[in-house]
Design a protein around this ligand. Structure first.
Ligand SMILES: NC(=O)c1ccc[n+]([C@@H]2O[C@H](COP(=O)([O-])OP(=O)(O)OC[C@H]3O[C@@H](n4cnc5c(N)ncnc54)[C@H](O)[C@@H]3O)[C@@H](O)[C@H]2O)c1
Length: 234
């Protein structure tokens, strides 16, 4: 099951951590506790981070992040800075990963409302000067269901001045999966990382696919793997 994660989410999350500049002793904030966010948190640990903090509005997914040693932030209670300060003693981190993208929801009293620029703006606020944002979360050039005319064209209201003033670096785009495939495979095969456990991967038969999609869409803390031939049970 661990090797299945090499096809997308593990390299993607790992790429988020690499491009956020995570190294030995880094403090890291990962926005989003979906499979990609949990893979980014796993990647940050593999890269030697001192503290990995994961933020989401979904309590079950935050519990999943805690199950393998992450600190967590409940964003229904407000923006991440104050809660990061309670954990680290300072309201900022060295490295930040956006594993949410344009479907982001607002924080605190704005929880549950679509707010596509929220994650990027909050990451610029909480990342220390000279730090980096890894942005595997998806941003689009058009979103017919966007909240306003700008969002429908993929334009977001970003506080880019904050990024400029703090000399932050940004990396986004599709993950170059093959760049990381072999090294992450070797880490799995040599028992250095347990990505399937960390994302709570579950194999389901093809007949259960509609249930898997529906539960994932509703925010289940599970990464469903379709297993039509039963190979994963072998
Ligand atoms: N770059 C790539 O190559 C690549 C590959 C795979 C996936 N992705 C993208 O990565 C993103 C994450 O994928 P996933 O499968 O984990 O998605 P997901 O929808 O399962 O998880 C996103 C999580 O973000 C949470 N969230 C919403 N608003 C938030 C906020 N303001 N702060 C923190 N968390 C918030 C949601 O509650 C949810 O748990 C998606 O945008 C996906 O399209 C990119």
């Amino acid at each position: 099951m661990d090797l299945t994660m090499l096809s997308d989410i593990f390299p993607t999350g790992f790429h988020g951590a690499v491009t956020a500049g995570v190294g030995v002793g880094s403090t890291v904030y990962v926005a989003g506790a979906g499979p990609v966010g949990l893979a980014a948190a796993t990647g940050a640990m593999l890269l030697g981070a001192a503290a990995v903090i994961v933020g989401d509005l979904n309590a079950d997914r935050l519990a999943q992040a805690r199950s393998f040693g992450c600190e967590t932030i409940d964003l229904t209670k407000g923006d991440p800075a104050e809660q990061i300060e309670q954990i680290l003693g300072v309201p900022e981190v060295d490295c930040a990963v956006d594993a949410v993208g344009f479907e982001a929801k607002g924080h605190g009293s704005d929880s549950g409302h679509e707010a596509p620029a929220t994650v990027l703006n909050s990451l610029m606020d909480i990342t220390a000067a000279g730090g980096a944002l890894g942005i595997p979360g998806l941003y689009v050039t058009g979103d017919p269901g966007g909240i306003d005319e700008a969002a429908k064209k993929g334009s977001l209201s970003l506080s880019l001045g904050t990024g400029w003033a703090k000399s932050l670096s940004f990396t986004t785009g599709q993950c170059p999966v093959m760049k990381y495939n072999r090294s992450l495979m070797m880490a799995i095969l040599n028992d250095k990382v347990h990505i399937a456990k960390n994302v709570n991967a579950q194999a389901i038969g093809i007949e259960d696919a509609p249930r898997g999609y529906a539960e994932f869409d509703a925010g289940a803390a599970t990464k469903y793997v379709l297993n039509p031939n039963g190979y994963l049970d072998a």
